[in-house]
Design a binder for this molecule. Structure first.
Ligand SMILES: [Mn+2]
Length: 269
């Protein structure tokens, strides 16, 4: 491990809060352990969304819980590590509290970057690609200022109960459908990426949302990486001097004990 901070780490889809408080806390501790290790050589950390299974910020109140993660992120930010958050569909209602309190930069749309001469396209990944019109409509409602204002008028006990209920329903639906790699021609994020590529070249296209770690060549000179999740796979990507590796956490120790994964699950052991 180098003594200088030059690596960029990317990870997503913690869904803290599910399936129950005890196992969520267990995962939260693993994430914090990972962040401690990453902080040893991280220049920046990119969180690609769905940190929480449901989140809403009132002007003067926020949901209970998740203080270890929020505290650790704040600490890393205070130590000068550059933190970025791409808002996911489960935490779309992060407004100004998390960015201000933690000290991170929020992105609400996919964005292009250039690191070490490599062109990257990064986003959470919801609502992209063909189909899924039901979700695309709901997303417009959820992003609507007036709807957000109306939701904020509800009592937090009731509003958060309702939020957990919705969130659980969408999760059950997506859990059934989402687990298998569909093939390059069927994966909607790959279809979306290829559309983007028809207008502009990118070397690396990195998303979350799919809950399936993938590292695939999708066009000449382009890799599509899905970051997997921190529920089943405990995966992350590291960008190190122009090279990107998708990694799976093995235990809670130093990151050099983790293993690189390529292709799609099931991964060879
Ligand atoms: Mn997710």
């Amino acid at each position: 491990m180098s003594g200088t901070r030059e690596r960029i780490y990317l990870l997503s889809d913690f869904h803290l809060g599910i399936p129950d408080a005890a196992s969520s806390l267990d995962r939260e501790r693993r994430i914090v352990r990972f962040l401690d290790e990453a902080a040893k050589d991280a220049k920046a950390i990119y969180l690609l969304g769905d940190l929480f299974d449901f989140w809403f910020e009132w002007k003067r109140a926020v949901p209970r819980g998740h203080v270890r993660l929020l505290g650790k992120l704040a600490e890393l930010s205070d130590r000068g590590i550059d933190l970025h958050l791409f808002i996911g569909n489960h935490d779309m209602w992060i407004f100004d509290y998390v960015p201000q309190e933690v000290g991170l930069q929020v992105h609400r749309e996919p964005q292009a970057f250039e690191w070490h001469g490599k062109k990257l396209f990064i986003g959470h990944g919801d609502g992209l690609g063909p189909g899924d019109h039901g979700y695309k409509f709901i997303k417009r409602v959820f992003r609507n200022r007036l709807c957000q204002w109306a939701f904020a008028r509800l009592h937090p006990n009731f509003a958060l109960w309702m939020g957990d209920f919705w969130s659980g329903r969408s999760r059950k639906k997506s859990y059934v459908n989402d687990r298998k790699f569909l093939g390059l021609d069927q994966e909607w994020l790959v279809i979306h990426c290829r559309g983007v590529l028809s207008k502009e070249h990118f070397d690396l296209m990195i998303f979350g949302h799919r809950h399936l770690p993938l590292d695939l060549q999708i066009a000449e000179g382009t890799r599509y990486i899905n970051l997997g999740d921190w529920i089943t796979y405990f995966t992350y990507a590291v960008f190190d001097r122009g090279e990107l590796r998708l990694m799976q956490r093995l235990g809670d120790g130093p990151l050099d004990r983790d293993r690189r994964i390529e292709g799609a699950p099931p991964f060879a052991t």
